[in-house]
Design a protein around this ligand. Structure first.
Ligand code: ZN
Length: 188
């Protein structure tokens, strides 16, 4: 399942198109700081865990304000916050329960270069860091019944009902997209 979803270029293109929608919405709202007009200022960003064929290839949508020159970066389903791995991979991998087999860990290492330690760190992030965010305390109320923090992120993924795994994953990523974004960092 892992390599099938992650290696699927159609799925990668689907995620890129969702990011395109999120970016268009952010652009139409104008600058987060002064309301000024935004100009596209995408930047290349290393996106481990998704095929390179993504169009536009691994570029993070971003905008520069015409007035105050500050950057606005819209929400994204491919880049979950500032994490180096694609959101897809982070959710999928850490959703795997404690019963993860050595064979599967070996598959992760071979296909994606993800090691057991990384997997443990991600799982810890979901259960300790993510579960404590204001985003989650509000968002979990929209899910009935609210998933338990100890079941994250698998318990979250289960709440999405789509015809297949890639659809459910995309729904979950879209739900998570506002978590860190839009944010702005430096002047551009
Ligand atoms: Zn501005």
């Amino acid at each position: 399942m892992i390599s099938e979803i992650v290696g699927n270029s159609l799925f990668a293109a689907f995620l890129a198109s969702i990011d395109g929608d999120l970016a268009a919405r952010a652009k139409s709202k104008g600058c987060a700081h002064c309301g000024g007009v935004l100009h596209s200022a995408t930047y290349a960003r290393k996106l481990r865990g998704l095929p390179d064929s993504t169009d536009p290839p691994n570029r993070r949508h971003s905008f520069c304000c015409q007035t105050c020159r500050r950057r606005t970066t819209p929400a994204s389903v491919r880049f979950l916050g500032r994490r180096a791995y694609a959101g897809t991979v982070v959710v999928l991998m850490s959703a795997m329960g404690e019963g993860v087999t050595n064979r599967r860990i070996e598959e992760l290492r071979r296909v994606l270069g993800v090691h057991r330690r990384t997997l443990q760190r991600w799982r810890h992030w979901w259960r300790a860091v993510f579960a404590a965010t204001p985003f989650w305390s509000v968002a979990r109320g929209n899910l009935m019944p609210p998933p338990d923090a100890t079941a994250l992120p698998g318990g979250l993924l289960e709440r999405f009902i789509g015809p297949d795994d890639p659809t459910r994953l995309a729904q979950c990523l879209r739900f998570l997209a506002p978590l860190y974004s839009p944010y702005s960092d430096h002047a551009c």
